[in-house]
Design a protein around this ligand. Structure first.
Ligand code: 5GP
Length: 198
């Protein structure tokens, strides 16, 4: 039996969060990660590990041959090439989490979010798009991070214009004006607003 069919009986939920670089989605996801009802998807990638990253926490860092085998074995629910490296979302942990009634959080770019949506998986799912209040605010955030050169910032802003066009493919758009409010909105739409019970 394929895991896709098997999961129909699971009581968990797939939570997909996308948005342009600098919109605050990683910070929002970080906050959700603290919730024990949430399991965070760890993608596989062929990109070399960056300083400070941990294998199995940030990504599963694998070589191209292994990635190719995963593709052939149908292990990825979606995969894509981004800036010359391969990235894929593994299928098995999604279904394991959903069957145990947990929320499986996938933080993914707009391209990957659209692929997941198009699959029409037979599982309860919520697709949320995090948007910046304006392009001016987005630019100010990217500059304020101090991690990118002006050229990289210009490229990210150009990409953000494109990515914002995809927001109507998502179930909900959350404008990140205030972090606490945006996290609360995500929790509400994801059904995670009930208090935690011991
Ligand atoms: P980075 O290498 O900077 O961590 O990520 C580069 C890009 O790859 C980001 O836009 C990120 O959203 C995207 N990415 C990370 N994991 C996946 C994945 O599993 N699938 C897809 N389609 N994109 C991913």
């Amino acid at each position: 039996m394929r895991a896709d069919e098997h999961a129909e009986t699971g009581s968990g939920r797939l939570l997909v969060i996308s948005g342009p670089s600098g919109c605050g989605k990683s910070t929002i996801c970080q906050r959700l990660r603290e919730d024990p009802r949430v399991e965070f998807s760890i993608s596989a990638t062929t990109r070399p590990m960056r300083a400070g990253e941990v294998d199995g926490r940030d990504y599963h860092f694998i070589d191209k041959a292994r990635f190719q085998r995963h593709i052939e074995d149908g292990d990825f629910i979606e995969w894509a090439e981004v800036h010359g490296n391969l990235y894929g979302t593994l299928r098995r942990p999604i279904y394991a989490a959903l069957e145990s009634g947990r929320t499986y959080l996938v933080e993914i770019d707009v391209q990957g979010g659209a692929s997941l949506k198009a699959l029409e998986l037979p599982v309860a799912s919520v697709f949320l798009f995090i948007a910046p209040p304006s392009m001016e605010v987005l630019e100010a955030r990217l500059v304020g991070r101090g991690t990118d050169t002006p050229e990289v910032i210009a490229r990210r802003l150009e990409k953000a214009h494109e990515e914002l066009l995809a927001q109507d493919k998502y179930d909900r758009v959350i404008v990140n004006r205030d972090l606490d409010e945006a996290v609360a909105a995500v929790r509400r739409f994801a059904g995670l607003d009930a208090p935690l019970t011991e």
